[in-house]
Ligand binder design. Structure first.
Ligand SMILES: CC(C)(COP(=O)(O)OP(=O)(O)OC[C@H]1O[C@@H](n2cnc3c(N)ncnc32)[C@H](O)[C@@H]1OP(=O)(O)O)[C@@H](O)C(=O)NCCC(=O)NCCS
Length: 166
């Protein structure tokens, strides 16, 4: 099942992030950071085993970021990535956030799911406060991708269906 993360999941979320950080070019996340933002996270819970996570972080009145989308290797190719992706989009819709963006090393994953590449410089300065923590800063090789939430659901909602969050 997919459910909201609980405080007890934080260490496993960090472990997922650490294990696949290199593969996904993910921003390192400290335990403090994850505890403070635990309400952003959703996890896959299969009989108590955490198989993946995603976070939706609200940035501003009209903008949220999809972060930390990771699926454990044993859980891949089962559609969990798309289910978590849809969960994050649904959360954005429920919060009535207009646009969602991601900074990613695999833009093709997002563009195949209706996101468009954008110039990073159009993102609000607030986003860069976190980038300063990245070891690669200021030589960022991530690509920014963005989608309008209502347009996304109008076009892709039927394809992705609905996701029940426990
Ligand atoms: C990307 C990821 C979340 C996908 O998980 P998953 O859905 O279980 O993976 P699957 O193997 O079932 O692949 C699902 C889809 O993702 C696509 N995908 C997987 N890895 C990809 C990559 N590196 N680049 C582009 N697309 C990728 C697959 O092509 C597939 O697309 P399709 O459904 O159109 O055929 C997972 O590979 C992962 O955790 N990677 C490491 C961390 C990462 O890169 N996160 C994204 C950072 S923003």
């Amino acid at each position: 099942m997919i459910r909201r993360a609980l405080v007890k999941d934080v260490k496993e979320i960090k472990s997922l992030n650490d294990r696949y950080r290199e593969e996904g070019n993910l921003l390192p996340r400290s335990l403090t950071d994850i505890y403070e933002n635990v309400r952003d996270f959703f996890v896959i819970d299969e009989d108590g085993k955490i198989g993946g996570c995603v976070a939706l972080h609200v940035v501003w009145e009209d903008l949220a970021e999809i972060k930390s989308l990771v699926i454990d290797r044993d859980f891949r190719k089962k559609g969990y990535g798309d289910r978590l992706f849809l969960t994050a989009m649904s959360e954005a819709r429920d919060l009535q956030v207009a646009d969602v963006f991601a900074l990613t090393a695999i833009p093709a994953y997002f563009t195949a799911r209706g996101f468009k590449e954008i110039d990073k410089s159009v993102l609000p300065h607030k986003v860069w406060a976190e980038c300063v923590k990245c070891p690669k800063f200021p030589d960022c090789d991530e690509v920014a991708v963005k989608a309008n939430v209502s347009e996304w659901f109008a076009t892709y909602g039927a394809k992705f269906g609905t996701e029940e969050v426990a």
